[in-house]
Design a protein around this ligand. Sequence first.
Ligand code: IPM
Ligand code: MG
Length: 377
Amino acid sequence: MRSHTLAVLPGDGVGPEVTRAALTVLDAAQERFGFSIERTEVPLGADHYLSTGELLPNDTVTALAHHDAILFGAIGSPRVAPGILERGIILALRGAMRQAINLRPVRLYPGVPTPISGLTPDRCDLVIVRENTEGAYVAQGSTVHRGTPAQVAVQESVNTWYAVERAVDFAYRLASVRRKRLTLCHKTNVLVEAGKLWTAVMESVGERYPDVETDYVHVDAMCMHLPVSPERFDVVVTDNLFGDIVTDLGAVLQGGLGVAASGNLNIDGTGTSMFEPIHGSAPDIAGRGWANPAGACLSLSLLLGHLGEGEAAAAVEAATAAVLAGMPAMAGKGMGASTSELGERIARAVTTGETDAGPVARLECSLMEQLATMLAG
Ligand code: IPM
Ligand code: MG
């Protein structure tokens, strides 16, 4: 029997609820597709920090490095000052596990209500590749004359050829197994130094992918094109901060933050990849069963693809999409069922296979299976 090891980090707020739902779905997938996953729960987050003072202890990093994948819920709590948990846990993990790429698919599944009027699933299927270790996120900066009227804050954005090339090469590879179109998203008319580096990397790496067509869109213009004409995009590559921002917009196209999934990928075997819904901890609705588990389930689907369980990945995607299509609203009380009930519905669909030929099958292919093929290759 194929076996894998999984570290589970439920985290804060709605993180544990959506993670529990995803694990129910994982049970069903294991049962149906005949593989085993040994799970270890890791208690990182606000509670752990407030009771021990620890954010991401070294022995936890070592333990995580010995797992095949990490399933992550959400981190962040009003009980802790902003930035401490986010930087001390999420960003620290992305760095420690050398998760070079933040992969964020933007796909509108059939039957899912989108706030973009007239948008149809055939027009909304793209993947955003966000550089995941640098840019403004390297936390290089300083403040002088703090607390005086002369206070100066400097926050730098760092762009190395090494990290940009890694992200761009991954994006070209992904584009070459998709519709062969890659868009660089940046702000080269103002951030000229970083912009020149990104543009030069695009050109240099592009020589290895002659069949991929490229274009360029400024990040502000992207915020206009993305909702109006998402069909223009296949793979978009961008820096860490722009990627953070435009993927929230991408999530809106898909039906909301509750639906969007991500993979923080280590692509050189030096650490463990981590899969997380892109919504945050949503402390205002935590514990009420109002969080949509779809983002966590689709992240699980990406995770399964990463483990080489492509068939299970496709089944989980199909089941999640089918359950989403039957929901009156994508978040909150209006979902018509609780987080755990939705998890059970998705799990049941995985078990019976009744949704394998559902809405996803009517699309060109399973996005998750396609990503799985690419990740495996
Ligand atoms: C995300 C989140 C994180 C980020 C925060 C919580 C640090 O917004 O994953 O998009 O900015 O990357
Ligand atoms: Mg974000």
